[in-house]
Design a protein around this ligand. Structure first.
Ligand code: SAM
Length: 293
């Protein structure tokens, strides 16, 4: 009886604990939703984007970068990397239209993203990964092998919450974007990309300085103060050295890969040989009646 009472008290306590947990969870969910709705209502750029029919408030970041650096002064062909949902592409369309470079029969804006993006007039879309060489080939094909005047990249990985991993993936996107520049950007072209605060700014500066005459960092005022994002703005691309560097880099990489492959083949052959080795069968146990020959 005593034991039964104890069990029912524990059950009662556990049930009340569960209800408490559920109530607490619902409360947090409610606060979270309320906060994010409130955040949007408060956010002037969110409202402005709705009014100006931009697909995302990020459009203003690119517009503000342009206000400071006049990045669209001589732009006829543009590449938007990591473009979805497409507000930067909308800015590109707007800027090229102002200069009467659009509409045109030939392709002038190419946008790439892993995700499918709703169609946009004057924008040629590629659904692909910017870290893949095939994507670069596709971009070049769309431009009929002509080079771009500007490349923008607002790439951001799906944040895992593990800072090191997030920074690493973000930096890989920048490396991929830079590789695309090396293969598709014209002499004196412009490159703009999102970076994360906490990235090694000095290192980034010196690396990009190898390829561009001018390198700047900026946080547009439409970028939330709480966000870790910054932008790198690179002007006057100087392909002479960089293309050579890049070819040298790919050449060395190819050699490295070929060597790795060769080593792997040798290892595979060795293992296969080991496995095929003939082992003499030795019987064990009572061998008194056994004649080997
Ligand atoms: C912040 S959003 C870009 C917003 C966009 N600039 C705009 O204004 O609408 C980041 C995008 O990066 C894309 N992305 C992340 N990794 C990528 C990759 N490896 N290749 C292509 N796109 C990638 C994501 O799919 C996502 O749509």
């Amino acid at each position: 009886m005593f034991l039964y009472n104890q069990i029912s008290i524990i059950n009662l306590w556990a049930n009340s604990q569960k209800t408490k947990d559920i109530l607490q969870y619902t409360y947090y969910l409610y606060i979270y939703q309320y906060k994010s709705i409130f955040h949007h209502i408060q956010d002037i750029y969110y409202r402005k984007a709705k009014e100006d029919q931009f697909r995302a408030r990020s459009a203003y970041k690119l517009l503000q970068i342009d206000d400071s650096f006049q990045i669209f002064r001589q732009v006829e062909r543009a590449i938007d990397l990591c473009a979805a949902p497409g507000s930067w592409s909308q800015v590109l369309v707007k800027k090229l239209t102002e200069k009467n470079y659009l509409p045109s029969e030939s392709c002038r804006i190419v946008s790439v993203d892993l995700q499918e993006m709703a169609p946009l007039d004057h924008v040629t879309q590629i659904q692909g990964d910017i870290t893949k060489k095939t994507t670069v080939d596709e971009i070049l094909k769309k431009f009929n092998y002509q080079r771009a005047d500007i490349i923008v990249c607002d790439g951001a990985p799906d944040v895992t919450g593990f800072h090191d991993i997030d920074y690493y993936i973000q930096s890989q996107l920048i490396v991929a974007a830079l590789n695309i520049c090396l293969m598709t950007l014209r002499d004196n072209g412009i490159f703009v990309a999102k970076i994360f605060k906490g990235s090694d700014i000095k290192l980034l500066y010196s690396q990009f300085k190898l390829f561009f005459n001018q390198v700047y960092f900026m946080k547009p005022k439409s970028s939330r103060a709480s966000s870790v994002e910054y932008f790198i703005i690179c002007l006057q691309y100087t392909p002479k050295i960089s293309t050579l560097n890049f070819h040298l880099y790919t050449f060395l990489k190819e050699i490295e890969q070929a060597e790795k492959q060769k080593q792997q083949e040798i290892i595979d052959q060795e293992t296969e040989k080991e496995q095929l080795k003939y082992y003499k069968f030795i019987t064990c146990g009572d061998l008194s009646g056994f004649d080997e020959n």
